[in-house]
Design a protein around this ligand. Sequence first.
Ligand SMILES: NC(=O)c1ccc[n+]([C@@H]2O[C@H](COP(=O)([O-])OP(=O)(O)OC[C@H]3O[C@@H](n4cnc5c(N)ncnc54)[C@H](O)[C@@H]3O)[C@@H](O)[C@H]2O)c1
Length: 327
Amino acid sequence: MTILVTGGAGYIGAHVVRLLQEQGERVVVVDDLSTGRADRVGGATLVECDIASPEATGLLTTTLRDEQVDAVIHFAARKQVGESVEKPAWYYQQNVGGLTNLLTAMEAAGVDRLVFSSSAATYGMPAVSSVEEKLHAEPINPYGETKLVCEWLARAAARAWGLRFVALRYFNVAGAGWPELGDPAVLNLVPMVLDRLARGERPAIFGDDYPTPDGTCIRDYIHVRDLADAHISSLAYLDRAEREFDVFNVGTGEGASVREVIEEIGRASGLDATPEIRPRRAGDPPRLVASPERISRELGWSAERALPEIVSSAWEAWQAGPRRIEV
Ligand SMILES: NC(=O)c1ccc[n+]([C@@H]2O[C@H](COP(=O)([O-])OP(=O)(O)OC[C@H]3O[C@@H](n4cnc5c(N)ncnc54)[C@H](O)[C@@H]3O)[C@@H](O)[C@H]2O)c1
């Protein structure tokens, strides 16, 4: 099978590319290398292209045809919540515009299978202990909105011309499947804490007065290697004649608090990770934990790696990178 992976030079995409290659699949990556790196795609063919640009549809169509692509996994997107609040039009243009071009090309080239990177950000601030997919999605920032609109767009294409797709709503992705494929961005909790420690600063907790057992926010941390497996399971699901669902949570169903994650980083690294408490940030729900029941039942997927492995692999990857910390 030949699989086109958009954003395959990025953090999560590179894990899926590596996994597909290990399974003997042929991979073509389309990436503009804005946050990705060419050395992350292994031996895959790399087509450099901004998928949201006016010329992208033609290039994508040609690539899908020439490379005889069977299925697409679509990661390429902008993902910074704060930036999306400042530049909403650009986020819609990049994320929704990128998928629009991709779907136009897929229809033209007769490629009808798509796995789409969605996000728990589609849910907004749900006041439930376990988030199920049937919950009404109410994103609270433009980033989450673009992910939800992309799901709608893919569903409309499914109705219009028979696109087969699943949207995977990732919860908090962390860790590294291979030390050289660690998360290069400092946007999520684990890299943020490691970045502070690398600067000789104390990790920050934004609010310790939430209605949770230790007062800090609870999230569902998913190992990026487990997440990569969920994409492989999704490709197999698309081959089924009967598919009841097109949206799946990808999480463990277990919550960990910010304080617990920081303590785990202290344990894995042997560093003093005593946090400092700062005021709450706007838009942080106290608890966001997936119900993984649907993906487990329908796709036979469940997470195999828990918080200690997530944190130790992130630490190992950080130590393999340019900002190694002396311990
Ligand atoms: N990391 C997370 O915690 C998380 C959580 C939920 C959803 N997601 C989604 O998963 C996907 C991958 O995220 P990631 O963490 O690997 O991010 P990343 O920034 O590491 O990867 C994105 C890749 O896409 C490329 N890209 C971005 N815009 C592009 C464009 N217009 N044209 C071509 N290439 C483009 C980048 O160069 C990069 O290689 C994104 O869609 C993101 O929204 C990520």
